[in-house]
Design a protein around this ligand. Structure first.
Ligand code: ZN
Length: 282
C-alpha cells in the first residue's frame, strides 16, 4: 500500500515516526504551516519556520525515503495578531519556492474580521501564484464556519477544484462536496474522524476528490492513521485500487495542480532552498 499523507506536521514528530510511517507505506507527505502553540511575536518567527519547512524537514524526510512538500501561509489563529500579520507581505517571495505546493493552512478560527481579511488575501495569493489552497474548517461552529468559508471561496478568483476543505466530518461533508471543492478528513485518536466513520463517508460519497490525512502534530495524534484507513477500507470490502485512489492518486492529483510535486526520491536534494543549518554546519 503506497500512502501520501496530505496534511501532517512533521516538525513536531520524531525520527521514529518517520521510520514507522515508511514501514506503513508512506512515501510522500505535505506539511502545512500552522500555529505552533506558543504565539509568535514577530514575522521573523514565521520566516525561520518557513525556511525549516523548505530545508531542514525535507532533509529529515528524505533520510527515511519520504518525499516532503509544504504549504505556507499565515494561519487563521495568528491572523488576529497584529504582530504576525505583516508576514503576508513576505509570503509572495516564499510561494515561488519549488516545494511549496499550496497556500495553507488558511481558513477561519473564530470568524473575526481580521480572519476575513487574511483568508481573502491568501486565496488571492494562491490564485496569483497558480497554487491550490488548503483551507481548514473551524473546530467550533463547524457548519456555520464551513458555509461562510465556501461563500468566501466563491467570491475569490480560485476555482473550487483548486481548494481542499479540511477537517470535515459527517455534519459538514455534504456542503463541502456540493461546493465543488475537494473534501479533506483528519483521522484522530479521540476527536475529529476515526477510521470506521471515514469508511462510512467513503461508502456514501465515493472515493473521488476525497483526501484522508493524519494531521498529526504535537497534540494527541497518530501519523499512522492514514494506513489505518487503508486497512479499514480493505476490511470493509473496498478494493486495492480504491485504497490507492484515496491514499495516493487523490493527493497526487490535488497537489499536482501546483505543477511542483516531486515524487522521485532517487535524486534527493536536501540542500535546496538554502538550508543555512546544513550549509553552516557541514
Ligand atoms: Zn494542521
Amino acid at each position: 500500500m503506497r500512502i501520501f499523507d496530505p496534511h501532517i506536521h512533521m516538525t513536531s514528530r520524531t525520527t521514529d515516526d518517520y521510520q514507522a510511517m515508511y514501514d506503513a507505506g508512506v512515501r510522500a507527505l505535505v506539511e502545512p504551516s500552522f500555529w505552533l502553540g506558543q504565539p509568535r511575536t514577530s514575522p521573523a518567527s514565521f520566516i525561520d519556520y518557513f525556511d525549516a519547512l523548505l530545508g531542514w524537514e525535507p532533509f529529515r524526510a528524505a533520510q527515511y525515503g519520504i518525499a516532503h512538500h509544504c504549504t505556507l501561509a499565515l494561519n487563521p489563529k495568528e491572523a488576529n495578531d497584529p504582530r504576525c500579520t505583516p508576514v503576508l507581505d513576505a509570503l509572495p517571495r516564499y510561494l515561488v519556492k519549488d516545494s511549496v505546493v499550496a497556500v495553507g493552512e488558511i481558513g477561519y478560527d473564530s470568524m473575526t474580521p481580521a480572519e476575513d481579511t487574511a483568508l481573502a488575501a491568501q486565496l488571492q495569493l494562491a490564485a496569483d501564484h497558480g497554487l491550490p489552497a488548503l483551507v481548514h474548517t473551524p473546530h467550533r461552529d463547524k457548519l456555520a464556519g464551513l458555509q461562510r468559508t465556501i461563500d468566501v471561496i466563491r467570491e475569490s478568483h480560485l476555482a473550487p477544484e483548486r481548494v481542499v476543505l479540511d477537517h470535515l466530518n459527517e455534519t459538514t461533508v455534504k456542503d463541502a462536496v456540493d461546493s465543488g471543492c475537494w473534501a479533506g478528513f483528519s483521522i484522530y485518536p479521540d476527536t475529529k474522524m476515526d477510521e470506521d466513520r471515514m469508511v462510512a463517508v467513503l461508502r456514501t460519497y465515493g472515493t473521488e476528490k476525497i483526501l484522508v490525512n493524519s494531521a498529526a502534530d504535537w497534540g494527541k495524534s497518530d501519523p499512522l492513521k492514514t494506513r489505518g484507513v487503508g486497512d479499514a477500507m480493505l476490511a470493509a470490502g473496498f478494493s486495492d485500487d480504491d485504497v490507492d485512489q484515496v491514499l495516493w492518486r487523490n493527493p497526487v492529483a490535488f497537489y499536482g495542480q501546483s505543477g511542483r510535486l516531486r515524487l522521485d526520491l532517487t535524486t534527493p536534494d536536501p540542500l535546496h532552498e538554502g538550508n543555512s543549518i546544513l550549509r553552516g554546519g557541514e
